[in-house]
Design a protein around this ligand. Structure first.
Ligand code: SF4
Length: 423
């Protein structure tokens, strides 16, 4: 591993992910409770079953290298795989993790969507708005039409509902898991305590009865605010303990979208499949526009590219679902990003814990505030467009010192030692 991938590799569990990946394990379906067992097995046996098929010698201590001081030119998140064949042949391939779970292989052209003609091609927010105005469709309707160039509507809908199911399971698990997060920083999990405090001893047996109990508490401002934080904390505590989250648009920022969508579902009567689909489609399009115009990789743009983008995605989606116009939805995304500009990435010890876990609560609340502001505003009077803020974010990313781009070389990472005293 090179560059940022090496510097935060231990804390992010990249070495674990690489070993499971080599084994051919699927991040969507692998039983997360078996991760430690499997990694220990490889460590002790010094053998790994390549693609769960071909056993090879693999001593993680010798085979995995964190090259902290080397960075490849194309992208700071780079990894090279080297293999020696028994007949003496050698092979080396380099891959770049370019953000949001996307991986690019060195020497390979951008993967092949070139032959697919979208009915409404979108490169930026203005282009998206153009199609909305021309057709009268909402953002989510435009996105659905485009998605149908690849898949049938029923499949798209069921895929989205499945993503929401994983998000819900993650929030529920995180709200019921106690203990200290791994990595040595001794961060105590807080979502479960907050969950208990807010529910004041109410009894429930499963996810649905849990949601029922939450709803029974009403919608007082502080109560609602606490729940939004609780949902976000739950997801990111799960992420920090190597459980399963939905990348949205990254793992470090995976709590913002579920927290805002759960807020909508529980406190705004938004718990209908159609609304969930509408929310996700809108959020995804905004994330895609950020990826095209700037970046969704903290190694390229700092935390504005993670929490900032997730907040903008959630803000636009919530606005559309709350009945806002297309312009109001884009305005909400702009507001959310405008107030994350310049946000640095400086995770202590390279662990996705401090400031990351709390930062998701901030991203979620800012998304809700941005949405409310946009719903109460006339976008014609807005001074900054979404495209202008995306350009500003990218310029800020280019100006940002590399210490603040997921390297743990600056900020909180250098001011707070990982081994804090117990007192
Ligand atoms: S500081 Fe932000 S960008 Fe960096 S790892 Fe944490 S959540 Fe991700």
């Amino acid at each position: 591993m090179y560059g940022s991938l090496a510097k935060t590799g231990k804390g992010h569990g990249t070495d674990i992910a690489i070993q499971l990946g080599l084994c051919g394990d699927d991040p969507v379906s692998f039983d997360v409770n078996k991760i430690n067992e499997k990694i220990n097995e490889i460590k002790i046996s010094k053998k790994l079953s390549l693609n769960n098929h071909q056993q090879i010698d693999f001593n993680p201590e010798e085979c995995i290298h964190f090259l902290f001081s080397e960075t490849l030119a194309y992208h700071p998140n780079a990894v090279t795989f080297l293999a020696d064949y028994k007949n003496g042949d050698k092979i080396a391939e380099t891959y770049y993790s370019v953000g949001g779970g996307f991986v690019k292989k060195e020497g390979e052209e951008e993967s092949g969507n070139a032959n697919i003609q979208l009915p409404f091609p979108v490169d930026n927010a203005n282009g998206l708005l153009h199609w909305c105005m021309m057709t009268g469709m909402s953002i989510s309707e435009v996105v659905m039409e485009n998605e149908m160039a690849w898949n049938k509507e029923a499949g798209i809908r069921s895929g989205i509902i499945n993503i929401w199911r994983v998000m819900k399971e993650c929030m529920y698990r995180g709200c019921h898991a106690q203990g200290i997060l791994p990595g040595g920083l001794n961060v105590k999990r807080r979502a479960a305590d907050l969950n208990n405090k807010l529910l004041q001893g109410k009894k429930y047996t499963d996810y649905n009865s849990w949601i029922h109990c939450i709803r029974e508490g009403g919608n007082d401002f502080k109560y609602t605010l606490d729940w939004v934080s609780c949902f976000a904390l739950a997801v990111n505590e799960e992420n920090a303990s190597f459980s399963r989250v939905v990348t949205a648009p990254t793992n470090g920022a995976a709590g913002v979208i579920p927290a805002v969508l759960q807020y909508f579902a529980v406190f705004c009567e938004g718990n209908h499949d159609n609304k969930i689909v509408q929310f996700m489609l809108t959020a995804a399009e905004v994330g895609s526009i950020f990826k095209k115009g700037a970046t969704i990789s903290a190694a390229m743009g700092g935390c504005q590219a993670e929490i900032g983008v997730s907040s903008a995605m959630a803000a636009a989606a919530l606005t559309e679902c709350m009945g806002g116009t297309q312009r109001q939805a884009l305005m909400a995304a702009e507001i959310a990003m405008e107030h994350h500009l310049g946000l640095t990435c400086d995770p202590i010890g390279g662990l996705v814990q401090v400031p990351c876990i709390e930062r998701n609560t901030m991203g979620a609340i800012k998304a809700i505030t941005a949405s409310q502001l946009a719903l109460q505003s006339t976008p014609d009077f807005a001074k900054v467009s979404l495209d202008a803020v995306i350009k500003t974010m990218w310029d800020t990313a280019l100006d940002m010192n590399s210490k603040y781009k997921e390297t743990s070389d600056g900020g909180l990472a250098v001011h707070i030692p990982i081994s804090l005293s117990e007192c």
